[in-house]
Design a binder for this molecule. Structure first.
Ligand SMILES: [Fe+2]
Length: 341
């Protein structure tokens, strides 16, 4: 404060008044700081290390559950979005199919449309059946059976169906909800992987002489923008695989969750899933998941899984995962049981 002192001492009185005012303000500030500090400390906790080092192991946070979702869900009599929701088992706000992802069936009757709006960084759509047009951010994108359509952001998207249409649609809104974040900036361009192109690529891998020596015959969808993770988006991962008749895809495991969509299959196709393998690479005490055409199931993170085809016909599957994110975090930890030589 600027003060002029005159020869009658008025300046001294003014100085005293100012000092008293600022002492009052300082006292108030101290009181407010004490209150603020109390508030700032109110939510904090301390745990002894062993009590909190492994919340999953101790059961404080739930494991990702096994769950199966019948293909009958996308064959109802109305146009609808059907979230494959296990949020209650996960103990999180729903809908969610894993902590980071939400898988959905979408059913659109002929000549009807469905509009969605997710707070997501990535939407990955596989067209189970049907055809039509997707309207996204000023683009009109045609789709038909067997296409994959990948969209950045989940903002308003309208799907118009020319024929009875079903999608398998996975997005990452649960991750953003957990982070308290809003997806604002697209990280890649809308991308179409047509049925024709993806099946041609798969056939190329299948016909490769080396494929008989591989435990899995499949292609991974990728995007030029994801030149470090080699995945379909920065959070998502998608595979199109074929399981030839009479074959076994040996066990493997990874820390990403797999939200598996089964395509065509005959009875005798199944997956074995379990938390441990023995010294011969066999899954100990596995859970058997019998495949049903155009149905879905969850393979929890960290679990060994092997696919078996004891039918007389080849089968196809599309696992979608949060492996884009895990790969970026260097936490994927993928491991394989290798064929015995
Ligand atoms: Fe897997």
């Amino acid at each position: 404060m600027t003060m002029v002192i005159n020869n009658k001492g008025h300046g001294i009185q003014s100085q005293k008044r100012d000092q008293s005012e600022s002492a009052e303000k300082f006292a108030m500030h101290i009181a407010m700081t004490a209150e603020s500090l109390k508030k700032l400390k109110a939510e904090g906790l301390y745990y002894e290390y062993t009590k909190a080092a492994d919340p999953v192991g101790s059961g404080v946070i739930s494991s990702v559950p096994y769950a199966e979702f019948s293909g009958a869900l996308h064959q109802g009599d109305k146009t609808e979005l059907i979230p494959l929701d296990v949020s209650e088992a996960l103990g999180c706000e729903g809908p969610a199919t894993s902590p980071a992802l939400c898988a959905n069936f979408v059913h659109i009757l002929p000549n009807e449309k469905l509009t969605t709006s997710f707070n997501a960084t990535s939407q990955l759509i596989y067209v189970i059946r049907g055809s039509g047009t997707t309207l996204f951010s000023g683009d009109s994108i045609p789709y038909r059976t067997g296409d994959f359509l990948v969209l950045p952001l989940g903002s308003e998207t309208t799907h118009v169906a020319d024929a009875d249409t079903a999608f398998y649609l996975v997005h990452d809104e649960p991750l953003l909800r957990y982070l308290g974040a809003e997806a604002k900036y697209p990280r890649f361009k809308p991308t179409l992987y047509s049925s024709e192109d993806s099946l041609k690529e798969l056939a190329r891998v299948e016909q490769d002489g080396e494929s008989v020596n591989r435990s899995r015959v499949s292609i991974l969808l990728a995007n030029k923008e994801m030149d470090q993770t080699l995945t379909v988006t920065h959070t998502l991962w998608a595979m199109l695989g074929v399981l030839p008749k009479g074959t076994v895809q040996l066990p493997h495991r990874h820390q990403s969750v797999a939200l598996d969509l089964i395509l065509d299959c005959e009875p005798g196709c199944y997956s074995l899933v379990g938390s441990k393998i023995d010294s011969d690479g066999k899954i100990i005490d596995p859970k058997r998941v019998d495949w049903q055409p155009y149905s879905a199931f969850i393979t929890p993170p960290g679990y060994w899984h092997a696919h078996h085809n004891e039918s007389g016909k080849k089968a196809h599957l599309i696992p979608m995962q949060d492996a884009g994110l895990h790969t970026y975090l260097r936490s994927l930890d993928i491991r394989f049981v290798l064929p015995k030589t």
